[in-house]
Design a protein around this ligand. Structure first.
Ligand SMILES: [Zn+2]
Ligand SMILES: [Zn+2]
Length: 166
């Protein structure tokens, strides 16, 4: 689908949701309004990073237009260790900096830590979250992600730095 068409469709969907809420006598949530604002300003969510999946990525925090790198379907399947036919889950079960690719060694031994998998983030190598193609996305543990982001200057120079953590 072309971008403008997709934005128009998403805007229509969110407007319909808002209408329904108002119709039921309630106020639309801030999240819904933020979503509307997002599409109204001509933005379009990128597709899920997982090869074989073309869903829109899931919202992380609508207030900041912050998004995950996966769609909600893939995220929940991954957490439940379920397979989706035709879809490859891109997020690894380990920190990819285990090979020292960012110039320092990953300090975490995943085998000694029960919550290791919860500590894994998806990092966009070029810092651009809209560039959600698999080759631009790697799995890093929070320690490596934080240090890499600091050393890379993202935290200081990029106002959207909060978007680098997911
Ligand atoms: Zn997906
Ligand atoms: Zn690491």
């Amino acid at each position: 689908m072309d971008k403008d068409k997709k934005i128009a469709q998403r805007l229509k969907e969110v407007e319909l949701k808002i209408k329904k809420v108002i119709h039921s006598g309630k106020k639309p949530s801030k999240g819904l309004l933020a979503e509307k604002d997002y599409y109204e300003k001509g933005n379009c969510k990128p597709e899920c990073v997982n090869p074989g999946c073309s869903n829109d990525v899931a919202w992380r925090e609508k207030k900041y237009w912050s998004m995950k790198s996966e769609c909600s379907r893939c995220m929940s399947a991954r957490k439940k260790n379920k397979l989706i036919e035709g879809v490859t889950i891109w997020k690894k079960k380990y920190c990819e900096n285990i090979d020292g690719r960012h110039g320092f060694k990953c300090p975490v031994d995943g085998s000694e830590w029960d919550h290791y998998s919860e500590s894994l983030d998806l990092n966009h190598k070029d810092g651009n979250h809209d560039n959600n193609i698999p080759k631009n996305v790697e799995t890093l543990c929070k320690l490596c992600h934080g240090r890499h982001s600091r050393e890379d200057g993202e935290w200081n120079s990029n106002k959207d730095s909060r978007r680098n953590i997911e």
